[in-house]
Design a protein around this ligand. Structure first.
Ligand code: FES
Length: 270
């Protein structure tokens, strides 16, 4: 089968996450289009509109989930789509998170805004395979309470999972917000989770990642145990377009998931 030909499915469910982000469940008549690893991506296309690469934010027995922020023509068309809309999906692309490396360890997830989408695929994997991992902690921030994605999981599902805690912050609260107010890196330092036996996975706006990495260094987290995904660099996903390279490294072929040790060996262009 030609890997560049999309599998045709349809949108089976749409969840409003924030005013500009929706999660789309995509299924085919044979169930989910394929079974990706957490952290992998897929090319999503709408007939007569276009295609783009998106992280797969979770999956069920019969569907894949894409959490998509409205930023351009294709995403606007997706946001206007309704359940039943035909949609093309091809993939999966990228290496995904290193599950064998993470197994048996405590997991700390640090996300900002829509950057929680790729982390969510691994968080839900850890929840579904709870016995394989140690304690789970999610530290997540967004600009405002309205901008928090995956509210049901953040406030209902994940806090009820055994040995899992969720800490949420917003840059600016509103009259109903009773949680923390402040940026993610400061919140991380305030919570001060121990680096002992822990793998940290982070994704969010570049400025957040930059300061999160500085905070983790201050807290003695080791670069081998810090993982991030450069999924925003993935364009064609198959090593053809030449738009993802950092130095001689093709993000789509070698990543997009890297440890900080690996990133430190690349030119500082990410
Ligand atoms: S995304 Fe096109 S070459 Fe890597």
């Amino acid at each position: 089968m030609n890997p560049l030909v999309p599998i045709i499915g349809k949108i089976s469910k749409i969840v409003d996450e924030t005013p500009d982000t929706k999660t789309f469940h995509v299924t085919t008549s044979n169930g989910k289009p394929f079974t990706p690893l957490p952290g992998q991506l897929a090319m999503v296309s709408l007939p007569a509109v276009g295609e783009a690469m998106f992280s797969i934010s979770s999956q069920g027995d019969d569907h894949l989930e894409f959490s998509i922020k409205k930023v351009g023509m294709l995403t606007e068309a997706l946001h206007d789509a309704e359940v039943g809309q035909e949609i093309g999906v091809r993939g999966p692309y990228g290496n995904g998170f290193p599950l064998d490396f993470c197994k048996g360890k405590d997991m700390l997830f640090i996300g900002g805004g829509i950057g929680l989408a790729p982390l969510r695929s691994l968080i839900n994997y850890c929840v579904a395979n709870r016995e394989d991992f140690g304690n789970l902690q999610v530290i997540y921030g967004a600009r405002s309470p309205a901008d928090l994605c995956f509210k049901e999981e953040l406030f209902e599902t994940w806090p009820k999972v055994r040995d899992m805690r969720v800490d949420v912050t917003v840059d600016k609260g509103d009259e109903n917000w009773q949680g923390n107010v402040g940026f993610v890196p400061a919140f991380l330092e305030q919570l001060n989770p121990s680096p002992e036996g822990k793998v940290t996975v982070t994704c969010g706006p570049p400025i957040m990642i930059k300061f999160v990495l500085q905070s983790l260094a201050k807290m003695n987290y080791q670069p081998d145990n810090i993982i991030t995904t450069l999924e925003m660099r993935m364009k064609c996903g198959v090593g053809k377009c030449g738009r993802c390279n950092i130095g001689s490294c093709y993000i789509c072929l070698d990543g997009p998931v890297f440890t900080l040790t690996q990133l430190n060996q690349l030119p500082n262009e990410y």
